[in-house]
Design a protein around this ligand. Sequence first.
Ligand code: NAD
Length: 462
Amino acid sequence: MNGYDFQRLRAHVPKQRLTTARERIALLDALYSEVWRRREDLHAAMYADFRKPAEEVDLTEIFVLKSEIAYVKRRLKGWMRPKRVGGGLAMVGSSAWVRAESKGVALILAPWNYPMQLLFRPLVSALAAGCTAMLKPSELTPKTAQVLQEIVEAAFDPNVVQLVQGGADVAQSLLAEPFNHVYFTGSPAVGRLVMAAAAQHPCSVTLELGGKSPAIVDESADLKVVARRLAWGKCVNAGQICVSPDYALVPTAQRDAFVNALRDAMVAQYGPDPATAPDFQRIVNPRHAHRIAALIQDAVDRGARIAHGGATDPDSAYIAPTILVDVPRDAAILTEEIFGPVLPVLTFSHEDEVIAEVESRPTPLALYLYSTNRKRIRRLLNRLQSGGAAINQSVVHVGHRALPFGGHGNSGIGAGHGHYGFLEFTHQRGVYQQLLPSAAEALSPPYTPFKRKLINAVLRWL
Ligand code: NAD
């Protein structure tokens, strides 16, 4: 389908919202079996779009989707069941329950960095919730977008799910339609536009945004292990991950040992010349590669030192894994989200400096604490806000199906994955039923002296 037909999705809502768990699960199965059938095409498309290794397509796109679907299938019936709730003595004589009802028609707008996962994982939640859905993948990974469109057309009736390709103009025209929920994953700047457009209807939004996620390493951490996990979190997908560690904070005395360990870990992953490493991905396009190269250059011009890497060939979308030290605070790389395989390493000598550094920026999507000092971990978790957090690991928490995944403040609104995704696409409708005469009736006007006594008793005893 080249165009889209919003009215068709709208008209089908009354039917879709009444579907059973079994019918919704059949849609999830249809999605996965089509994805599985097109596995080789997905490998080829993502390699062509940004040289994503087939192994990472399998692990971070296909497996993540499979795992999400398996989790939802096992629990959906329970999530859909109305939940009885008690009201206490004041509500004696009544019954009450909460129904998780489909919100209606959902719009899902996705970015390019995990082009399938970030489009289909919210779709799983929308279908589980009984919504019909319009999908728009990113225009920056066009080969993948084409395969995704073919998957959607093969798996679904266009009354239930449609996919339309295009860029900002198409997204804007979609946002003019009165959707019932918009699930947007992308940059904070576009997230604001999406929220403003949704306010016109108005409709609820989930904003999965980005930001600068810090990795705090203290003297108790095993530097070799930290380096291995951070090097992976920073370089997988060439750093183009919303929860990629954006900068590291390490004790001044440990800085050189940390940098050496991180360099060794990067070399162990991609060899001495990552440009020739088959498993090292490219930046999505030369424009973004030029942006990252300019961030490195700006930092160096202001006095930063390249401790590892630094090679760039933006026209072929290549940025080497890079470690920067002595980066001055006014360098753009310390304020803009990097979204590439470059890690500035900052130092601290006291925990207060860590807090000040993190709090000088908007609330991040992830907070990484590498430490075995339990008191410090608790203190920093209490003190520093973030969308999610991981202790002694980076990025992997996103794959945990029972955890909510979402930002806070500048890094987003709402949360996805598993039950949290289901809740995002459903309206929690409270239903009250009067079974016996209500206590409130005994307290209605006229307020006789006896009723006043009763009201006093209510205030005192209930
Ligand atoms: P983007 O905001 O440029 O684009 C995301 C989507 O919005 C695309 O489908 C795009 O076509 C559309 N879009 C672009 N301009 C628009 C406009 N003016 N009006 C309406 N829609 C518009 O983001 P991107 O460059 O594709 O992705 C990178 C950003 O996404 C980073 O900031 C990253 O941190 C964030 N991100 C967040 C998550 C998360 O789950 N929180 C995941 C991945 C990426």
